[in-house]
Design a protein around this ligand. Sequence first.
Ligand SMILES: N[C@@H](CCC(=O)N[C@@H](CS)C(=O)NCC(=O)O)C(=O)O
Length: 214
Amino acid sequence: MQLVLHQYWRSSSSWRVRFALAWKGLAYETRSIDLLAGDQRGAEHRANNPAGYVPCLVVDGRPLGESVAILEWLEETFPAPPLLPRDAWERARVRQVVETVNAGIQPLHNLSVLHAHAAEPEAQRAWARRFLERGLAALEAIVTDIARETGRDGPYVMGEALSLADVVIVPQLYQARRFGADLACCPRVVALDERIARLDAAIASSPERQPDAG
Ligand SMILES: N[C@@H](CCC(=O)N[C@@H](CS)C(=O)NCC(=O)O)C(=O)O
């Protein structure tokens, strides 16, 4: 099976997919979509992903957009090593974390949203920080509640087993630091991030390791 990831080095949604591919030991090629040059809005990329965003995974010539749809497809197609728990309730808790990031935080600091909000970089950063800090405080409450509910206190969100919850946290914290968000609101998330970021799969998939890193 040929996997080609259309992505951008600093995109957190792209990093989620690279992290899962690395964790599952899957070989893939990359194509860089330069977000600063506007490649994501071009006809060629939109033919693959009509939303005009990265990432897009092209599987044997068939394109699939939306990082969470891609992560779920990867999990179903390559179930080992797993990134979702066996228990249905725990899977739902993992997805709650994933959607808190994917739907509740990341869209608000997306490039096109920042540009629509303001032309000045400092106003864009202030907007991003506002929603990052609100979202990360919610994420902190959720992962704290999961730890209490499961009785497992790390090293990862669901305990000993890495999950999609961890896969989305590391790229999100990377962006939070880029925008200068105050992380005092989420000490547990910061501690999780530090542990997850040490994994080989997180390091290999990190922005600075990508061929298009600038
Ligand atoms: N929910 C989408 C979000 C994709 C997304 O927002 N991608 C960003 C980079 S992380 C993007 O392509 N932004 C380009 C733009 O806003 O023009 C996903 O998870 O794939």
